[in-house]
Ligand binder design. Structure first.
Ligand code: CA2
Length: 147
């Protein structure tokens, strides 16, 4: 089983600012935890982060036929991107939308997700642990035949 982990804009800043919201871990820590979790479950995981909406859209577009599922933290594009939503819908792969923080405890504009309706599941508020939980959940969904 091959999985893709995508992280959106500014998540490369993890561990450097706003520890009260995002914790003290780095993007490398999150990617390592996700990769270890996948390996423990017999899956392979590729990781990609970009601040550029089009690069994320292209990665999702190229995922079909290569990966069995996607974990995506679209960051701010969650709340704005029709392009990313359309790419996820077209990919026809199970995707889990992941957030480090509980966006429902934050500003009203973060309560809306353009991408969640085209994902099989959404997970938020678990901090670093969410990267392990999302991979574990996605593997279980794929094994159960999720699309
Ligand atoms: O909680 C999440 O994972 C978010 O996707 C993070 C996004 C935010 O726009 C979403 O509403 C919720 C922001 C990512 C920015 O990451 C930073 C990390 C450290 C310091 C500054 C920004």
């Amino acid at each position: 089983m091959k999985l893709l982990l995508l992280n959106g804009p500014n998540l490369r800043l993890l561990g450097t600012r706003e520890p009260g919201i995002y914790g003290r871990f780095t993007l490398a820590d999150a990617e390592a935890l996700a990769r270890e979790t996948a390996a423990r479950l017999g899956a392979e995981l590729d990781c990609f982060q970009s601040d550029v909406e089009g690069e994320l859209v292209s990665k999702v577009g190229a995922a079909r036929g290569v990966y069995d599922g996607i974990v995506i933290n679209p960051a701010a594009y969650t709340h704005t991107s029709v392009a990313l939503r359309d790419a996820l819908a077209a990919a026809e792969l199970p995707a889990v939308e992941l957030h480090i923080s509980n966006t429902h405890r934050r500003e009203a504009f973060r309560h809306v997700s353009y991408t969640a309706p085209v994902c099989v599941a959404q997970l938020m508020g678990f901090g670093l642990t969410g990267y392990a939980l999302a991979v574990e959940g996605l593997v279980a969904l794929i094994q159960g035949g999720a699309r």
